[in-house]
Design a protein around this ligand. Structure first.
Ligand SMILES: [Zn+2]
Length: 464
């Protein structure tokens, strides 16, 4: 049997995808999108040799776009086989894929306008909304910790990864010609301090391990420090009667912010004020959380029993429509508005920034990574003059950067997850990390467990 590394390799952190092939089955683990400013479009296109209809199944670790983003592309090219994932991952992936298809179509219109100007023939979108529609019908929900046969000779088991709602690591038991091998894919692993989510649950035996290495070179600052900082900023903003604008992605950070605010209100640390979730996608994602309370960690369950959630009805306002969103322009502070896009390069957050950046009592709270060239990055860099919708604005608002809400485990936690596997002396491959972090993590595994981890390149084939 062999495993081909088809993404998140060679120092890349996006495009996660592995092809497991035996004499009788072909299975993909994740089919992520390659992302980032210097990603060439051709990387996401399917190679002519791919033959999606010859696959037996797709298995998903979690719903982030860099792990599920090319499923509609498989469907476009004839894939109609089962897609195994946890319930919450299926729900979230559907939301994320629909949004992705919508963005593909928008992108296409922009590209084709440019092509027309240059006299070139129009091109087609990577995929369209119609290629997302079959997803739900192909999806097969799996239970955590329950082995399930996914293809001839291949049994799989999902275990909590603590990285995203519904996220999992996957263990494969693969049988071929009387031999049985265990292959473990960590997927993305979360920090054990991540609120709402249960901490990761490691596996304890494997022949081969693929381990993520996003933060393989460092540990995060203690999570409580970030929460304390967040509380300080919110208190300061409320004192100045200002608006707090939080650019966020729909899943994860948004719910994390709502959670911490909810606790602050419940504990009467601060007088409750209106909180607006101004993103149809984030509202949908939040409903998925509500639908799967079994995935909450003990702390979240305990807060719920003390009234978190119930008590939020009075101050928490989802604003689904554009008209509702526009009305937020005229309301006074203090209030907090969560809106996309997370990097301030599109979406409703732009309207809120346009109306409020020039006011000194506005607070912009940056809680996620801001790519080079985005408005979010310019704000983080402290630029005093920015332009939004072709209008120049002077930035008088206070911009705060809070880096501690990371969804990825740090170096010590990656080693902690790996520790129970070390005794079985597996072959280890470090993926989903830039070369600095994955080299650093390889050194830790060598030092602590005497295991020489390998750093696969894109397209590398691992023989088992
Ligand atoms: Zn992820």
């Amino acid at each position: 049997m062999e495993i081909k590394v088809l993404g998140a390799a060679g120092g890349e952190v996006t495009g996660s995808c592995y092809l497991v092939s035996t004499g009788q089955a072909r299975v993909l683990i994740d089919v992520g999108m390659f992302q980032g400013s210097n990603t060439s479009e051709s990387k996401n296109r399917l190679s002519p040799s791919a033959k999606p209809s010859s696959l037996d199944a797709v298995l998903l670790t979690h719903a982030h776009l860099d792990h599920v983003g090319r499923i509609p592309l498989l469907i476009k090219h004839g894939f109609r086989q089962p897609i195994f994932a946890t319930d919450a991952t299926i729900d979230l992936a559907e939301i994320i894929l629909r949004d992705s298809a919508r963005l593909q179509v928008q992108d296409l219109e922009r590209q084709n306008r440019k092509r027309r100007e240059r006299g070139q023939a129009p091109t087609d979108a990577l995929y369209q909304p119609e290629h997302v529609e079959p997803f739900r019908g192909l999806a097969r929900p799996v239970e955590f910790n329950q082995p399930i046969t996914v293809a001839p000779g291949i049994t799989a088991r999902w275990r909590e990864a603590g990285h995203m709602f519904g996220s999992a690591s996957i263990e494969l038991q693969v049988e071929e010609a009387g031999r049985r091998k265990v292959i473990v894919f960590s997927g993305d692993l979360g920090p054990t301090s991540m609120p709402i989510l249960r901490p990761f649950e490691p596996f304890d035996k494997a022949d081969v391990v693929f381990l993520e290495s996003t933060y393989g070179d460092r540990d995060h600052r203690p999570y409580e420090d970030t929460v304390r900082e967040f509380t300080r900023i919110v208190t300061e903003a409320v004192a100045s009667q200002g608006k707090i604008l939080v650019p966020t992605f729909a899943v994860g950070r948004s719910q994390q912010i709502l959670y911490h605010l909810g606790i602050m209100f419940l504990q009467k640390q601060i007088q409750p004020f209106p909180v607006y979730l101004d993103s149809p996608m984030a509202i949908e994602a939040t409903k998925v959380y509500v639908k799967h309370p079994d995935l909450f960690d003990d702390e979240m369950k305990s807060w719920q029993s003390r009234g978190l959630g119930r008590s939020s009805k009075g101050y928490f306002h989802p604003t689904a429509t554009a008209a509702e969103s526009m009305r937020l322009n005229d309301i006074p502070g203090p209030c907090l508005i969560l809106a996309g896009a997370g990097m301030c390069n599109a979406g409703r957050i732009l309207h809120h920034l346009r109306h409020n950046l020039s006011k000194p009592n506005t607070h912009v709270l940056i809680v996620g990574y801001q790519g080079t060239g985005t408005l979010g990055r310019r704000l983080v860099d402290g630029q005093k003059l920015v332009s939004i919708h072709q209008r120049r604005l002077s930035v008088k608002a206070k911009v705060h950067t809070l880096n501690g809400f990371s969804g990825h485990a740090g170096q010590s936690e990656l080693a902690q997850w790996f520790e129970p596997l070390a005794a079985s002396k597996p072959q280890v491959y470090l993926t989903h990390g830039e070369d600095g972090p994955r080299t650093a993590l390889a050194q830790v595994l060598q030092k602590r467990f005497k295991i020489a981890a390998r750093l696969p390149r894109h397209g590398e084939i691992v023989q088992v």
